[in-house]
Design a protein around this ligand. Structure first.
Ligand SMILES: Nc1ncnc2c1ncn2[C@@H]1O[C@H](COP(=O)(O)OP(=O)(O)OP(=O)(O)O)[C@@H](O)[C@H]1O
Ligand SMILES: [Mg+2]
Length: 376
């Protein structure tokens, strides 16, 4: 996948900026608070329909303006076609998405079109934060690979919400609990599909992550990543198994669920655990070990996406180069260069880029303006 250009209009601190991009490495250099992360965020937004910052959605619109527009042109090798995305969003909440000039009914039509792998210091939270953060990360990556998964999730969460309302009504308004049966059936069906999809994704991703981890730690430590659910006792379970267990669990927990007014079991409660030499990385890992595991995870994602889609996703590296040691940084740069992966790197200086690379991809970011230094 090759991003040719991006036009940012009123996106965060950008007012009107057009950037022609390099097909290989693009380096965005600038002082703090100039707009480097904002640019990465804009690309990410067009791939996923959401920001990676924990901010209110409207905040992506420039403070002094009442709408934003993002336009992007890219080439997909796998289908040998150029795509043009045009996204408009205003402060009243109106959104409009056009793909190749055609108005789209749903923003979710973005899924699967432009694929990205993003790596920034915040990603350490995938290990450090609670299960919700990990579910969010893995779910989003599965959505990028199969847009159907997004719809499956929306359906599941709607059912879950309805079921929780009913649980509370049974508790507070003496409604009959046999009304739950119909919701249980639907919850089990969609929930089991989600769990199965997650397990299948991990089955593909984990071996690649383990190998990558070995390579970047010179075989010293062994990484493992497992799916953690009360509904799974072995990774080979099939969907019928999960459904059976899930239904049984709902029956067992019904009284408790009515008292609490929430659904206690399902994909919304599951977790993904990271281990290093058999020890839980979240609890026992050092900061450096956690960071290395995340690096291995992101590289694995990059390799897996490339393999499954028969083309490379865009690689977005926000502020991470300066945090890696020489060996890991060089591993990453070699991978990018040997495979010609279009990459977007931000930093406050160029010190981390040694050796040969295309100087035409160097940009200076200053107060919402982007200047290509290589072309001058
Ligand atoms: N909606 C908005 N409208 C205008 N400016 C905004 C908006 N949201 C954020 N900003 C500003 O954008 C500026 C640049 O932010 P950005 O995070 O891209 O900086 P950066 O170049 O990545 O800096 P650092 O090196 O510190 O990571 C900040 O000063 C921030 O206040
Ligand atoms: Mg930044």
């Amino acid at each position: 996948m090759i991003l040719k250009n991006i036009i940012l209009e009123n996106f965060r601190n950008y007012v009107q900026e057009t950037v022609e991009l390099n097909p290989k490495i693009n380096l965005f250099i600038g002082e703090n608070a100039q707009g480097k992360t904002n640019l990465i965020e804009a690309i990410y937004y067009l791939a996923t329909g959401r920001s990676f910052r924990n901010s209110r959605e409207l905040e992506i619109i420039n403070w002094n303006k009442d709408y934003l527009r993002l336009q992007i042109k890219f080439f997909k090798k796998s289908v040998n076609r150029e795509f043009f995305i045009d996204f408009y969003y205003d402060k009243k909440g109106n959104k409009q998405l056009k793909i190749n000039g055609i108005k789209q009914k749903k923003l979710s039509n973005l899924w699967g079109l432009l694929q990205v792998v993003k790596f920034s210091p915040d990603d350490l939270n995938i290990i450090k934060a609670g299960p919700q953060e990990r579910r969010k990360y893995f779910d989003l990556e599965i959505c990028q690979l199969s847009p159907d998964y997004y719809h499956l999730n929306s359906q599941f969460y709607k059912i879950l919400q309805q079921r929780n309302i009913l649980l509370k009504e049974i508790r507070d308004k003496d409604k009959k609990d046999d009304l739950l049966e119909i919701w249980d059936e639907q919850l089990v069906k969609k929930g089991s599909m989600i769990i199965k999809k997650r397990i299948d994704f991990l089955k593909k991703l984990v071996p690649v992550a383990k190998n990558t981890h070995k390579e970047i730690t010179s075989q010293k430590e062994l990484l493992d990543i497992t799916y953690n659910s009360v509904l799974i006792d072995n990774p080979e379970t099939d969907i019928e198994d999960i459904e059976k267990k899930y239904l049984l669990k709902l029956k067992e927990e019904r009284k408790q669920e009515i008292i609490k007014g929430v659904t206690l079991t399902g994909p919304h409660r599951d977790d993904v655990l990271f281990y290093l030499n058999g020890k839980n990385l979240k609890i026992f890992g050092s900061q450096g070990q956690q960071r290395t595991a995340i690096l291995a995870l992101k590289i694995a994602q990059l390799k897996l996406f490339s393999y499954l889609n028969e083309e490379h996703p865009l690689l977005l590296l926000d502020d991470v180069m300066s945090e890696l040691d020489d060996y890991r940084r060089q591993y990453l740069i070699n991978l990018i260069q040997n495979n010609e992966i279009q990459t977007f790197i931000t930093g406050t200086n160029l010190d981390f880029m040694k050796g040969n690379f295309d100087k035409r991809g160097i940009y200076l970011v200053e107060n919402g303006n982007i200047k290509n230094l290589g072309r001058i």
